[in-house]
Design a protein around this ligand. Structure first.
Ligand code: PLP
Length: 424
C-alpha cells in the first residue's frame, strides 16, 4: 500500500514547471525556435517527413486507428510471432506488475536487480545456448554499449555498410580501428580482414537479417573467413530471434553456425512479446565485463517488471514448442510466391520482411496510401531511408496473419499496382 498520503500527492502536482511558455521568451530560445522551424520546414520540403499513425487498439494483425478506421489489416509491425497481444504474455506482465511493482527507480548495480531480471537473463542464455546474458533497456542500448566496453585502439571492428543505425552509433563510440565492408560482400570482407591483421583483435559485426531488404547475412561464409583470419563474429538478431531456424533461435541456427558466432545482441521489442528491452548473450567473462563497463547498462534504469514478465513468457512459449516459429515460414512463403506470381519483385529471401520493390518514391507513397484506403496498412520507404531509386513498400508477415489476410493483401496490391502502373 502507498503511504505517501494525499498531502504529498498535492505537493507533487503543484510543483510543476509552470505553463508551457515558461522560458520560451529569452533571445536564445527565440533563435532556437526559428532555427528548428526552418529545419522542420526543410524536412517537409524534402518530402521525408515521417507521420505517425495513431493506433487505438492493441498491436495485432487487425487494428483500429484513432479517428475511425476499424478492421485495418496490419502488415507493418515487427510482431513476427503475434505475441504482442498474446493472452498469456499479457497475463504474465500483469502478474509481474502486481508482484514486483511498476519499476525499480534504480540502475541494476545499486538496487535495481530483482529475481525476475536474473531469471530472464538465464532464460535468454539458455534459449541461445550461450553462457550468460545481460539485459538492457533496448537493443539500441546493447549496441551502444558493447563495442566501447570490448574494443580498444589496439583492436579492429569490421562492419557491414548496411548495418543498423545502432551498430553504426555503437561503433562510433569505441576507439577501435574501423573497417566498413560492402554489403554482404565476402571478397571485400576478406580484403579488410587482411588489412586488419595488424591489430590485436578483430570483430566482424553484422545484422543477422537486414530490416530494409529482408536479406540474411551469409553467416557460414563470414564464420569461415573469421576462422581463417582469427576474428570474432558479432550478430544483431533483432529481425531473427524467435522465428529464424528450426527452433526460432535465429540466423546462427538457420545457417548451422551456433558454435561459431561469439556474441549476439537482440531485442525483446519485436518477436519476443514486443514490449521493450534488449540484451547481449555470449561468453560469461564478456557479460561480466559489460556489467562493469557498459555505459547504457551502468547509467540507465532497470527494465520494468511488466516488461520482463512479457519477454519471459514469450521465451517460455518458444521453448515449449517450435510450432509458432515454424508457422512463420509457411506464411512468408505464401506471400512471397503469390506476389511474385502477380508480377511484383520482392527483395530478400525466406524472410518475413518482404520489400515490394517499386523504385520510384512517389509511386511507393501513393500506393501505400491507396492500400490503406483498401484497409491494408503498409509503409512506403524512400531515400534517405533506402538508396535513391530503390523506393519500396515494406510488408511484414506475422505468424498470426491468416491465409485469408495474406490473400487479401496480395489482391489489394495487385489492384493498386495496376491502377498506378506498377503492374501491366
Ligand atoms: N538492431 C536492429 C537491426 C533493429 O532493427 C533495431 C530496431 O529497430 C534495433 C537494433 C534496436 O532495437 P530496440 O528497439 O530494442 O532498441
Amino acid at each position: 500500500m502507498w503511504r505517501g498520503g494525499t498531502a504529498a500527492w498535492g505537493l507533487l502536482r503543484g510543483g510543476g514547471a509552470g505553463s508551457p511558455r515558461a522560458a520560451s521568451g529569452t533571445a536564445a530560445a527565440v533563435h532556437l525556435r526559428q532555427r528548428l522551424e526552418k529545419e522542420l520546414e526543410d524536412i517537409r520540403g524534402a518530402g521525408t517527413w515521417k507521420n505517425e499513425r495513431v493506433i487505438a487498439s492493441r498491436q495485432g494483425p487487425h487494428l483500429r486507428l484513432a479517428g475511425g478506421g476499424a478492421g485495418i489489416l496490419n502488415f507493418c509491425a515487427n510482431n513476427y510471432l503475434g505475441l504482442s497481444s498474446h493472452p498469456e504474455v499479457i497475463r504474465a506482465a500483469v502478474e509481474a506488475l502486481e508482484k514486483f511493482g511498476a519499476g525499480l527507480s534504480s540502475v541494476r548495480f545499486i538496487c535495481g536487480t530483482q529475481s525476475i531480471h536474473k531469471d530472464l537473463e538465464e532464460k535468454i542464455a539458455r534459449f541461445h545456448q550461450r553462457e550468460d546474458a545481460i539485459l538492457y533497456a533496448s537493443c539500441f542500448d546493447a549496441n551502444a554499449g558493447i563495442f566501447e566496453a570490448l574494443l580498444t585502439p589496439e583492436d579492429a571492428v569490421l562492419s557491414d555498410e548496411l548495418n543498423h543505425a545502432s551498430i553504426i552509433d555503437g561503433i562510433r563510440l569505441c576507439k577501435a580501428n574501423k573497417y566498413r565492408y560492402k554489403h554482404m560482400d565476402m571478397q571485400d570482407l576478406e580484403a579488410k580482414l587482411q588489412e586488419a591483421q595488424k591489430h590485436r583483435l578483430r570483430l566482424v559485426a553484422t545484422d543477422g537479417a537486414f530490416s530494409m531488404d529482408g536479406d540474411i547475412a551469409p553467416l557460414r561464409e563470414i564464420c569461415q573467413l573469421a576462422q581463417k583470419y582469427d576474428a570474432l563474429v558479432f550478430i544483431d538478431e533483432c529481425h531473427a530471434t524467435g522465428f529464424l531456424g528450426p527452433n526460432g533461435r535465429g540466423t546462427d541456427e538457420l545457417l548451422g553456425v551456433m558454435d561459431k558466432v561469439t556474441i549476439i545482441n537482440s531485442t525483446l521489442g519485436k518477436a519476443l512479446g514486443g514490449a521493450a528491452g534488449g540484451y547481449t548473450t555470449g561468453p560469461k567473462p564478456l557479460i561480466d565485463l559489460l556489467r562493469q563497463r557498459s555505459r547504457p547498462y551502468l547509467f540507465s534504469n532497470s527494465l520494468p517488471p511488466a516488461v520482463v514478465g512479457c519477454a519471459s513468457k514469450a521465451l517460455d512459449l518458444l521453448m515449449e514448442s517450435n510450432a509458432i516459429a515454424q508457422s512463420m515460414a509457411a506464411k512468408t512463403q505464401r506471400f512471397r510466391s503469390k506476389m511474385t506470381a502477380a508480377g511484383f519483385t520482392i527483395s530478400g529471401k525466406d524472410h518475413p520482411i518482404c520489400p515490394v520493390m517499386l523504385g520510384d518514391a512517389r509511386l511507393a507513397a501513393v500506393m501505400a496510401e491507396d492500400m490503406l484506403n483498401r484497409g491494408i496498412y503498409v509503409i512506403g520507404f524512400s531515400y534517405p531511408v533506402v538508396p535513391k531509386g530503390k523506393a519500396r513498400i515494406r510488408v511484414q508477415i506475422s505468424a498470426v496473419h491468416s491465409d485469408e489476410d495474406i490473400d487479401r493483401c496480395v489482391e489489394a496490391f495487385t489492384e493498386v499496382g495496376r491502377k498506378h502502373g506498377a503492374l501491366p
